[in-house]
Structures are given as C-alpha cells and as structure tokens.
Design a protein around this ligand. Structure first.
Ligand code: HEC
Length: 135
C-alpha cells in the first residue's frame, strides 16, 4: 500500500513537472535583455512588442490603463500621441523611456520593473525612425 502510494505520488509530481515545462513558453527579462535587435528592419512584433510586454503592460494593458495607454497593441503607440512615425526624437514614448524633456521616466523610478537597456532604447528609436510600422 505504501509502495503504491509513493508510486502514485511520483507519477503525480512528474506529471506536474512535465505539464509545467510543456506550457512554459514565456521569456524572462534576462532572456529579453540578452536578445539582439537588428540595426535596421526592426520588427514591431518580433523585436519591440516583447519589450513592452515584459516591462510596461502590467500598468498599461490587461485591464489597467495608466495614463489611458494600452501598450499591448500596436495602435496603442501609433495613435498620434506617444509615437510620431519616422521622428523618434519628437516621440513622447522615447522621452519617457529616456526620462527626458520633463517626462516621468518609464518604467517609473522605484517600480519593480527594470528600465530598458540602451540596446532596447536604440531598437525602439530605429523602429520609430523606420516608420513605426505594424510589421
Ligand atoms: C508601475 C506602473 C507603470 C509601469 C510599469 C509603466 N508605466 Fe508608464 N505610466 C504609469 C503612470 C502611473 C503614468 C501616468 C502618471 C505619470 O505621468 O507619472 C504613466 C505614463 C506613461 C506615459 C505618458 C506620459 C505622459 O505624460 O504623456 C507613457 C508614454 C508611458 N507611461 C510609457 C511607459 C512605457 C513605455 C513603459 C515601459 C517601459 C511604462 N510606461 C511602464 C505607470 C507605469
């Protein structure tokens, strides 16, 4: 009876581990920060959206829309307010991720979310300067 019980317990735990590993397609902030971003032909879906997915959407998406911004969708950027397509230097999005022009730094200082790396900031600027396409 005891052996049987241990057997079932092992089976149950292995099942849990397998289903956990099997479903885990999320990436960590560390994986994301190590990713390369090309110098040109930056892709919104491949290179840019995952950055905001991990570092911004807890406050700007999924039911919580701080400052009225939904950063889970492309249109949330290119609504004429935070991204000026082709002009990264005039885009509020860039001012916030760089914390300049009197805009609050994003993610906010003191929040548990890590700032963008310089590589990611450069990637966002390139994406905007290439037209901020939904590519
Ligand atoms: C912990 C919550 C939180 C996170 C994470 C966060 N924001 Fe914000 N964001 C806010 C709040 C609150 C405001 C509005 C209040 C303010 O201006 O400080 C705001 C405002 C903004 C604004 C509008 C600024 C303006 O004055 O028009 C932009 C753009 C923005 N966030 C972008 C981002 C980006 C990009 C990220 C991720 C890199 C991010 N935020 C992460 C809470 C957050």
């Amino acid at each position: 009876m005891k052996i049987m019980h241990n057997y079932l317990k092992t089976l149950f735990i292995s099942g849990l581990i397998i289903s956990f590993l099997g479903c885990d397609d999320t990436i960590t902030v560390q994986d994301l920060d190590n990713r390369e971003i090309p110098d040109s032909n930056v892709s919104y879906s491949k290179d840019i959206a995952p950055i905001f997915e991990l570092k911004c959407v807890s406050c700007h998406g999924n039911g919580r829309l701080d400052a009225g911004l939904d950063l889970t969708v492309w249109s949330g950027f290119v609504d004429g307010r935070i991204v000026v397509p082709s002009v990264s230097n005039n885009s509020v999005l860039v001012w916030t991720i760089e914390g300049r022009q009197g805009f609050p730094p994003m993610p906010p200082a003191g929040s548990p979310f890590l700032p963008l790396t310089s590589k990611q900031i450069q990637g966002v600027k390139t994406w905007i300067d290439e037209g901020a396409e939904n590519n």
